[in-house]
Unconditional design. Structure first.
Length: 441
């Protein structure tokens, strides 16, 4: 089947057997306790998913197969003359649970390079959209057009045994990941660069080639893309994009349909679109204050004005994290190394010094610290990628690594269609009066 496929099957068979034994012995044990506020307020904190690829720790941030971002920056293989981890290595880790060698990563890169050709009808479908279409809409349309290539859809139509579902899902996932940079770069060059496209460079790694096709061949920009694609790849299973991909996939929709659904969720302003909102907020602040280098005092007043107007400060707060997002810290360290004097980046750092104390003084804010979105836009602007509407597409390309690795595991473990129970407020009121039973139904 292939080196990685063979290794994955051995790992998946082992984990499947372990889960079977766990359920046999402990299947009736209760996890946690559901509160009425959780039912009404987004199911926060309710454990209801298993995601093998990553786990979000409230204090330490995301851990991929047990490894923190700082650890992976050291342990994952790098590109020649590079210091940032190659995202291919993270995909290998999420898929197999093992840290990859340089040879393993080179093998993944080679597979992605050989499968990166995008059919012409995908470009024609994107070209049918007006130029003022949001880049994320173009991106999802491109993914849907690519669905004609689905191995899983074909295999299912031919009657594949369900124990083998994972294999065509694996093939679809690899094909999708390989082709997304080309689709994303095509959209960027079509919308912002006079439809002047750049052919792929088959000698570059996955993220480096993406940077090249976007039109940014600066070495440090390639390094930024490697870092960006790594730290945005996964955030356990409960976030909107990962959960949606898992949910739609549980209906046995193929990886293209599942991923497209997840990316429609990523396009929301409370999820992936937040990185666009951050840079927009900073630009508006600079314009209102009449300076591209506002002081800490000026920022403090602007933040207070933003909050007084009933708005949030984009990039601050997180549903789970209770400390500064390690992904923010990784980007800050990149900025200090590659662009320490950039005015916009320094503004981001001054915002970081200013916002948390203000939010803490309000008393009710559980997490006043910055998340990953608070920094990424400023780094991109430095290199000339100023079209902030496109930033969520970058996020989407990266997130494919995590959600596709998880989807492969979903099918390998034979996870069923997801169908939680819903209730009505009328039934809740009856339950509160002791007139009906709703839990456990």
């Amino acid at each position: 089947m292939g080196i990685i496929k063979d290794k994955f099957k051995i790992k998946a068979d082992t984990v499947t057997a372990e889960i079977k034994e766990l359920l046999k012995e402990h299947g009736n044990k209760v996890i946690g306790q559901v509160q009425l506020t959780q039912v009404y307020q987004g199911m926060r904190g309710m454990t209801g998913l298993v995601t093998e690829t990553s786990l979000l720790d409230a204090q330490e941030g995301i851990r991929f197969r047990g490894f923190s971002i700082p650890e992976l920056q050291v342990k994952l293989p790098k590109a020649p003359k590079g210091d940032e981890p190659l995202p291919e290595g993270l995909f290998y880790l999420m898929l197999t649970g093992d840290l990859p060698t340089e040879e393993d990563v080179a093998h993944v890169t080679d597979i992605l390079q050989r499968r990166s050709h995008v059919p012409n009808h995908v470009f024609a479908t994107i070209d049918a959209l007006p130029l003022n279409t949001h880049p994320m809409t173009m991106f999802v349309v491109g993914v849907m057009a690519l669905q004609t290539e689905s191995y899983f859809a074909k295999a299912y139509a031919e009657g594949i045994n369900k124990k083998d579902y994972w294999e065509p899902v694996f093939d679809d996932a690899i094909l999708l990941i390989a082709r997304l940079p080309r689709i994303a770069a095509y959209i960027y060059r079509r919308k912002y660069k006079n439809n002047e496209h750049i052919n792929p460079n088959g000698l570059l790694d996955w993220a480096g080639n993406f940077a090249h096709m976007l039109g940014y061949d600066n070495h440090s920009f390639r390094e930024l893309m490697r870092l960006y694609m790594t730290i945005h790849a996964d955030h356990e299973g409960g976030n909107v994009s990962a959960h949606t991909t898992h949910l739609v996939g549980s209906a046995l929709s193929d990886p293209y349909l599942s991923y497209a659904a997840g990316m429609n969720g990523l396009a929301g302003p409370l999820h992936g679109l937040a990185n666009q909102e951050v840079i927009k907020w900073i630009f508006e602040m600079q314009e209102k204050l009449g300076t591209d280098s506002p002081t800490k005092e000026q920022i403090e007043q602007y933040v207070k004005d933003t909050l007084a107007a009933g708005k949030v400060v984009p990039g601050y707060g997180h549903a789970v994290l209770r400390k500064t997002d390690p992904r923010f810290t990784a980007q800050m360290e990149f900025g200090k190394k590659h662009l320490p004097d950039d005015k916009l980046v320094n503004t981001v750092w001054r915002v970081y010094e200013t916002v948390p104390p203000i939010l803490q003084s309000m008393g009710k804010i559980k997490n006043p610290w910055p998340n990953v979105d608070a920094h990424s836009g400023a780094l991109l602007v430095h290199y000339g990628l100023v079209e902030y509407e496109f930033y969520t597409v970058l996020f989407a390309v990266s997130r494919s690594l995590g959600v596709m690795a998880s989807l492969i595991w979903d099918r390998a473990l034979g996870l069923p269609i997801e169908r939680p129970k819903s209730i009505t407020t009328e039934l809740v009121k009856k339950w509160l009066k002791g007139e009906d039973e709703i839990w456990g139904e």
